[in-house]
Ligand binder design. Sequence first.
Ligand code: FRU
Length: 460
Amino acid sequence: MSIKENKYLTPRFHLFPISGWLNDPNGLCQLDGVHHIFFQYSPDDPKGGEKDWGHYSTKDFINYDFTGVFMKPDRPEDASGVYSGCAYVEDNKMYLYYTGNVKHAGDYDYILEGRESNTILVTSEDGIDASEKRVLLRSEDYPDNLTLHVRDPKVWYQDDYYYMTLGARKKSDEGCVILFKSKDKINWNFSHFIEFEKFGYMWECPDLFYVDGKQFLSVSPQGLEAKEYSFQNIYQAGYFNAKKDLLADGKGLGEFTEWDYGFDFYAPQTYVDENKRTILIAWMGMPDAEYGHDISIDDGWQHMLSLPRKLVYDSNSGKLLQQPIAEIMDLREEKIDIKNIADIDSYELNMSEFGQDDFTIQFNNGFDVKYNKLTNDLVFSFTDKNLGSNRTYRKLKLAEGEKIENMKIYVDTCSIEIFINDGLYTFTTKYFKAKEIKNTLAIDGSIGNIEAYSLKSFNV
Ligand code: FRU
């Protein structure tokens, strides 16, 4: 079945692999006006397989060039996968650092033996042609108390040094970040661990970044125990506020905040664009997720990237707001009456003036978001288990006295992104249509102001 025949499944404004599998965003950067969005890519298998890097580029986040495979395993140091990594831009060139994953054939657990994880550099000026690969670090260059799970370099320049974070799993089964320093971005020396009390067994995709001069560390931890209102997915993604400079000794990790409360959000990466915006893009998916069947596999592809979100520091809460970047507004076609939603392929909803009582917003007769005043929580549920592929619900507890002020919601053909209170909280989730269905929207409760816009598709 071709993607065209299944138009009701094809995302209209979310990047997807066209055919095959997509996971983490990689190498995010802007060079000469062009934003480059690389991603973990298995072009031949919608269920994943050999990991390559795929590549999209765009100037305006509406018109995209998809240029397919940028690099793939082609040497002993990355034989089992060109894993995740980052871009650092200097002198009009992208320096792309990634993990060359190697699994030796044999009966190994691949935690303490049978695996290599090499940190490799390639450069590119256009995201299409790549230089020779250069191996910078090998497993023996990482601290001895680590397992062989070390990966996902993120590199930046600050105060006369280049810095690199890598995510790691200790032999004591604790997740951590290791920090390397360099004078020339080629020769790297281990500096120190950035760690917390035991907080899961592995931290993937670390990203140390600044918003408004404040330092944050994003990680995707594995092995946290689920609670009623937190850590509800199999793996998590969130950020630590830094209490003191993490480049000094790595002991300054403060509070951990989950990035998202939906079912499908993992391995986010940030970059600073030429307008000095810090933009975050996440994988709209979840590794090893415990649900039935993602229907898009039947159409030859699986997973998407989230909308690009600008990060804003909120001095009231000390937290980060995630707001769809301004370019996404250019997707608006026209203002619509929600009574006509059945005629619309994809849309944006903006709601404010919430009466402070219970409310329910139901989508496509299959999933809803419900506010309960008594428990002061917001619950996203699949009421039609087919649309959720057996997934149930995810819950967000508001703080004491906190109210729902506004919601911005993007409904695409097979995903929904909900931004609450200017992006202080988000729910990001895929849904699965086995056949064409018309959009429906039913609102129960008092919401004073509702505006809706039909959205056009990206051009790829
Ligand atoms: C996160 C991750 C990374 C790894 C990549 C492999 O989803 O597991 O740690 O580099 O995916 O595709």
